[in-house]
Design a protein around this ligand. Structure first.
Ligand SMILES: [Zn+2]
Length: 483
């Protein structure tokens, strides 16, 4: 059963983050200490953990549809970044057993979201350990109260025929124990056993053919490039699956057979466009960061409007798909997936950039130019006081009303269109390509981008970025602001 976390302990964790104590830093050299329960994210104090760096996840799970049950184990290869008497992982499901390097370890759930593991022998800074967690639960029953969704976040999506684990900013704690923060990326093996005859799709490339035993089949996918935990996914169900290669980029397209035949055909045609769209983005942004692309379309959707998520190498489209949304999710492969947010408040680096690329696509395919879009959209929005009150560099933690609020996308994209006008197309294109290359497989902050832009411009850009991202009123219509 979910347990509400006491408010007092949330306040305590927040205070640790604000006072700047390094998570997991030992009080005295040589003394093994418990790792901090959070990595220090200002929005989500429990996300991630101190004292560990996960290198690899080997997820090996069985999913039963009726009754719904997820069971098996996840094995993490972790490196201790401080001397640890115990450490936390982020996980909402009840746990059956934990071993560290094959030896039984003590474990507890000090709060709903935290799994605290005490190995038989303390870990020294630099130690690499294999941590195996066994569990068996129905994730659909779990809701989690956190600053992003005080009413209780529910990320699990499944019906009697299909399951898709895709959500943001939190998905992993519903299906595998992790260091759940985009700052700590790792490689993944995802093996899912379910009814033979169903398809299993996940990130990266499939390893061999499914292994069938009786009426069950195990399908193994591998993501070889570092991946943030919220971008890891699997889907199981009856899917129409097509594969191919476009301009040297392999793709996997999957559409749920729960859609009617005509709808499914239309969606398949669209999701097969992942190949050419990825190739176009590569021509704009530089090398594609992963080994394959594609997408998956499902009718499962937790919200009453179409939703899509940039799952690494294979975005998911919930409730439907259209071309411009594909451009957005595939642009995230560079902005969000390869270059991740250092803190969730840096979300502009994901959403503003992916939204800008939608307009760049339109411009390059015979539609209005980004300059025309900037002019008319700015005119339309100039009188919308609420729109300009959102500080795009710090929109707030609430996932329903703040983190993904419209201005994060639209004001964020307008800022980039204006930046392109201000510093020139050549410098701007180079800035985006250099940004994607320099921070690939890592994470970055808004401040780091502003610094890179000032360097590309050859002069300070503080006033420009303040006007476009922070000020509580529209930027003045000046050449300095990119008009
Ligand atoms: Zn997006």
């Amino acid at each position: 059963m979910p347990v509400s976390r006491p408010l007092a302990s949330i306040a305590l964790v927040t205070a640790v983050a604000l006072t700047g104590t390094l998570p997991g830093a030992p009080a005295e050299a040589g003394a093994a200490q418990p790792g901090a329960p959070g990595i220090g994210d200002p929005y989500y104090p429990e996300d991630g953990n101190g004292g560990i760096d996960v290198r690899h996840y080997a997820i090996d799970l069985t999913y039963a549809f009726d009754p719904a049950e997820l069971s098996g184990s996840t094995t993490l290869e972790i490196e201790a970044t401080s001397d640890l008497s115990s450490f936390d992982l982020d996980f909402l499901l009840p746990v059956d057993a934990v071993t560290v390097d094959g030896v039984d370890a003590a474990f507890s759930k000090p709060s709903e979201h935290e799994l605290q593991i005490t190995p038989a022998t303390a870990l020294a800074k630099g130690d690499v350990a294999s941590v195996r967690v066994e569990y068996d639960a129905d994730p659909s029953a779990v809701s989690w109260e956190n600053p992003g969704d005080p009413g209780g976040e529910r990320s699990w999506m499944a019906d009697e025929q299909e399951v898709v684990t895709a959500n943001e900013p939190h998905m992993a704690p519903w299906w595998f124990p992790s260091n759940d923060h985009p700052r700590d990326k790792a490689t993944f093996d995802i093996s899912i056993t379910t009814d033979a005859g169903k398809n299993v799709i996940a990130n990266g490339e499939q390893v061999g053919d499914p292994v069938v035993v009786g009426d069950q089949a195990t399908t193994h996918w591998r993501m070889k490039e570092p991946m943030a935990t919220y971008l890891a996914f699997f889907a199981a169900g009856h899917f129409a699956v097509r594969q191919g290669t476009t301009d040297g980029i392999p793709w996997v397209a999957a559409v749920s057979k729960q859609f009617g035949t005509a709808t499914r055909r239309g969606y398949l045609r669209l999701v097969r466009r992942s190949g050419p769209i990825t190739a176009w983005l590569r021509s704009e942004l530089g090398p594609y960061p992963f080994d394959s692309t594609g997408g998956l379309v499902t009718p499962l959707n937790a919200i009453p409007y179409a939703f899509a998520l940039e799952n690494q190498s294979r975005p998911t489209y919930q409730g439907g798909i259209d071309e411009i949304t594909e451009v957005h999710e595939l642009a995230h492969q560079w902005f969000g997936d390869a270059v991740s947010v250092r803190r969730w408040k840096d979300i502009w680096l994901n959403e503003g950039f992916a939204s800008y690329m939608e307009h760049r696509w339109t411009e390059d395919h015979g539609g209005e130019t980004t300059r025309q879009w900037l002019d008319h959209d700015f005119r339309d929005l100039a009188g919308s006081a609420g729109f300009w009150r959102v500080n795009v560099t710090d929109p707030g933690a609430n996932v329903n009303t703040e983190l993904f609020d419209t201005p994060v996308y639209e004001r964020g994209a307008l800022a980039l269109a204006a930046l392109r006008n201000r510093i020139g197309k050549h410098a701007f294109d180079g800035l985006l390509r250099d940004w994607a290359a320099q921070h690939r497989d890592g994470s970055a902050t808004v401040g780091m981008f502003e610094h890179a832009a000032a360097q590309a411009a050859g002069h300070p850009m503080d006033r420009f970025f303040h006007a476009w991202l922070v000020a509580d009123r529209p930027p003045r219509r000046t050449a300095a602001n990119g008009f």
